[in-house]
Design a binder for this molecule. Structure first.
Ligand code: WQD
Length: 338
């Protein structure tokens, strides 16, 4: 199948493009490089030994998007493109709603024009909000989101459900990611946050390589096994393979399915520090500080639906996540070339 990946040069998009091609599909990338740059596509080509067609466009630009669909017979779309910094979304909500929702509406218009009916959406566990028991299950109530970023994911899920309700040939899979971490085992592509990382794994790896002095652990007074926050970390390569499985499911089924992509296991911040240190034989200095606004104590996925519908489950271990993160960091101390 010919798959268009919007935001396909980003962290998860780039890893997914590689798994799609290795599974025998063809990938086309549309990306405005707001969270990435063309050097990533060059490295992707090195990993797979072929040239992936890419278009430096804003997905909200219908004319530019239409041109891509005219040039390539697209069979399905995986929609990664979107602004994704939770904290930033609180500061500039209008930009997040405008960007994330407009790009989706433009994409849906052009897909309809070209009779493309298969849509895999990069959603997030944050749509479960902070009112649900754990583990999170797909049929739970969604809402009570803690950021505009999370609300954009939930609004887009609703838009896709409404479109599917009046298009019997439309097939949508809403992939609710837990905490994607790690890097391709080649060390050529990985997580490349702009500025000081907000997320735990890239922050730890920058402490390990000496770019940051110490890890600040946001609270150790949560009602968890050791007081620090617990999350469901999933290796980005497992996550990418989950997209391939979702695509192949969507090709055979119509309607809308929400599916968790996680491991089903929660690890605390101190678990991550310890595993990172042991796996990479390196010390991570840290200091316990006050809780971060918006954080919740613990969440992880119920992963039975992904196994049942997609015959997919995460295979990589926490040590794999730490090892691959460190290999990417040591091979690319300053991230991608600009
Ligand atoms: C993990 C744990 C922190 C940094 C985020 C997004 C979410 C999703 C996944 C897209 C928490 C603690 C972190 C640090 C710390 N992305 N921490 N010191 O917040 O679970 O989820 O990524 O959908 O939208 O919000 O991930 O890595 O920021 O935090 O102690 O410097 O690590 O308190 O317990 P989070 P995270």
């Amino acid at each position: 199948m010919n798959i268009l990946l919007t935001g396909g040069a980003g962290y998860i998009g780039s890893h997914t493009a590689i798994e799609l091609i290795e599974a025998g599909h063809n990938a086309v990338i549309a990306d405005n490089f707001v969270n990435s740059n063309p050097s990533i596509v060059k490295r992707m080509n090195e990993i797979i030994g072929q040239t992936i067609p890419f278009y430096n466009i804003d997905v909200a630009d219908v004319a530019a998007l239409d041109e891509v669909f005219c040039k390539h017979k697209i069979d399905a779309v995986i929609h990664f493109a979107g602004l994704k910094a939770v904290g930033e979304s609180v500061q500039i909500p209008v930009k997040y709603y405008r960007n994330n929702i407009d790009s989706t509406l433009s994409l849906l218009e052009i897909m309809a024009k070209h009779n493309v009916h298969t849509f895999i959406f990069s959603s997030s566990a944050t749509v479960y909000g902070n009112m649900n028991n754990i583990p999170y299950i797909e049929n739970m109530h969604v809402g009570h989101c803690s950021s505009p970023y999370a609300w954009t994911k939930l609004f887009i899920e609703q838009i896709l459900a409404d479109v599917a309700a009046v298009n019997s040939d439309f097939s949508v899979v809403l992939l609710r990611y837990f905490n994607p971490v790690g890097a391709h085992p080649s060390g050529k592509i990985g997580e490349n946050p702009n500025g000081i990382p907000n997320n735990l794994f890239p922050y730890i790896s920058q402490v390990a390589i000496g770019k940051l002095a110490e890890l600040k652990i946001f609270g150790n007074d949560y009602p968890t096994k050791d007081g620090t926050g617990v999350r469901d970390y999933i290796h980005v390569v497992d996550l990418a393979k989950g997209h391939v499985a979702a695509l192949e499911y969507a090709e055979k089924h119509k309607g809308v399915e929400a599916i968790n992509l996680g491991t089903g296991t929660g690890y605390s911040v101190l678990d991550i520090v310890k595993t990172f240190e042991q796996t990479n034989n390196i010390k991570i200095p840290y200091q316990i500080v006050s809780r971060r606004a918006g954080d919740i104590a613990e969440y992880y996925a119920d992963v039975s639906k992904a196994l049942l519908l997609l015959n997919w489950k995460a295979k990589k271990t926490l040590a794999d996540m730490c090892r691959d993160t460190w290999r990417w960091q040591t091979q690319n101390p300053d991230g991608y070339e600009k």
